[in-house]
Design a protein around this ligand. Structure first.
Ligand code: GCO
Ligand code: MG
Length: 403
């Protein structure tokens, strides 16, 4: 028995907002879990402080599955991003505690390493195709085996995935949502030439990825996927919103470009039909938004039955705590595909010292007991929360669209 004596939520903004749950036990061992839900951070902080932490005190930290079920079934209100992010934070912290108590890195508790390292993809982007390719060449030079390409769209003032900074893309950029303007027609014309030129410049030995960020209809996605086929993309991500899982059939009827989806999924029920009907190739749910390591393993086990591989979300709004957890998961799961890696700002890395490392396109969580990541609370306290929203998108005629 490892009794939970205390738990608290730490909200900090070292370059961007993060919410972290810290759980302490009577043995002096503590664990941390990421609880960041971009643009809705304080809802999770309150859910944890007001509704979850009181239930944790006195419980046995070793009973991860029981506590997961207690918080899921016990809430009565199942699923939902706020609930599942809160549960994920508890679950992640408990795996951290179990690892520390056992003196083992978490991946060892998950069955051990199933591969040498976790292949990651970096984000090459630029206002123009040339700038994007230049960025991609830089990633290739650094040893990346997989690179995501996002380029500015001629005729549009701003585009998803194109950052002001070389390595960090922070779309949650204002105290009220920024308004962007979108044209699917202009976008659809711009992506195939990007991939054609990228193959010329980068060759065929590197995986190339692209994120459509939920902006296409299924039939448009079918066409884009087909137009990209000659360049053999590793995946086309979030081609269309996935509330209607059946709509992915239409994409499948038109293209063999692999499809990745799931960064906004919070539950196995969000992807059950997509997986069982083999409508996707990669599932992008990740630890912090999909109920923690415990629930993500369940999703991966289902996906494995249908040859769907993992491709966890790993943008900068997923804290180093989530990144570490995702690496332990990715190292151990049989059907690992790729892991997104948008590196964090130096201030973020300083607040969350970690054992994980990047080497020649692969990452490893390290062998420190637990997750191998910590939070420097004194440093965290110096960065006050700053409200920041993701943008909204409108069509050129003013219609509110998907961002
Ligand atoms: C990705 C994502 C991000 C999200 C962001 C929202 O593929 O990394 O689409 O860019 O937009 O994480 O919080
Ligand atoms: Mg995405």
């Amino acid at each position: 028995m490892l009794r939970i004596t205390n738990a608290r939520v730490i909200v900090t903004c070292p370059g961007r907002n993060f919410v972290t749950l810290k759980i302490e036990t009577d043995a002096g061992v503590y664990g941390i879990g990421d609880a960041t839900l971009n643009g809705r951070e304080l809802a999770v902080a309150s859910y944890l402080e007001d509704h979850v932490i009181p239930c944790l005190i006195g419980k046995d930290a070793h009973r991860i599955e029981d506590i997961w079920q207690y918080l899921y079934r016990g809430a009565y209100w199942r699923r939902g991003p706020v609930t599942m992010t809160a549960i994920a934070a508890v679950d992640t912290a408990l795996w951290d505690i179990k690892g520390k108590a056992a003196g083992l890195p978490v991946y060892q508790l998950l069955g051990g390493a199933a591969r040498e390292g976790v292949m990651v993809y970096g984000h090459a982007n630029g206002e123009t195709i040339e700038a994007t390719i230049e960025a991609a060449l830089d990633y290739k030079e650094q040893g990346y085996k997989a690179i995501r390409l996002q380029s500015g769209v001629p005729g549009l003032a701003s585009t998803y995935g194109v950052s002001k900074d070389k390595y960090f893309y922070e779309p949650a950029d204002a105290a009220l949502p920024t308004e962007n303007v979108w044209s699917t027609e202009k976008y659809m014309r711009s992506v195939p030439p990007l991939f054609a030129k990228a193959r010329d410049a980068l060759g065929w030995d590197v995986h190339l990825l692209h994120d459509a960020h939920h902006r296409l209809t299924p039939i448009e996605a079918g066409r884009l996927g087909r137009d990209l086929e000659p360049y053999r993309p590793f995946w086309l991500e979030d081609p269309t919103p996935a509330e209607n899982q059946d709509s992915f059939r239409l994409i499948r009827q038109h293209t063999t470009t692999p499809i990745a989806v799931g960064e906004i999924f919070s539950s196995i029920h969000d992807c059950r039909s997509l997986i069982e009907n083999q409508l996707i190739d990669y599932i992008r749910a990740t630890v912090v938004h999909a109920g923690g390591i415990t629930h993500l393993r369940r999703i991966a086990a289902l996906a494995d039955l249908y040859q769907v591989r993992t491709g966890c979300h790993g943008a900068t709004d997923l804290s180093p705590v989530c990144m570490a957890a995702a690496l332990h998961f990715g190292l151990s799961v049989p059907n690992f595909g790729v892991q997104e890696y948008m590196r964090h700002a130096a201030e973020t890395d300083a607040v969350f010292p970690h054992a994980y490392r990047f080497e020649r396109g692969m990452m490893h969580p390290g062998d420190a007991p637990g997750l191998g990541v910590d939070i420097d609370e004194a440093l965290a306290a110096r960065y006050e929360y700053k409200r920041a929203y993701l943008p909204v998108n409108r069509l050129e005629d003013g219609t509110l669209f998907n961002w």
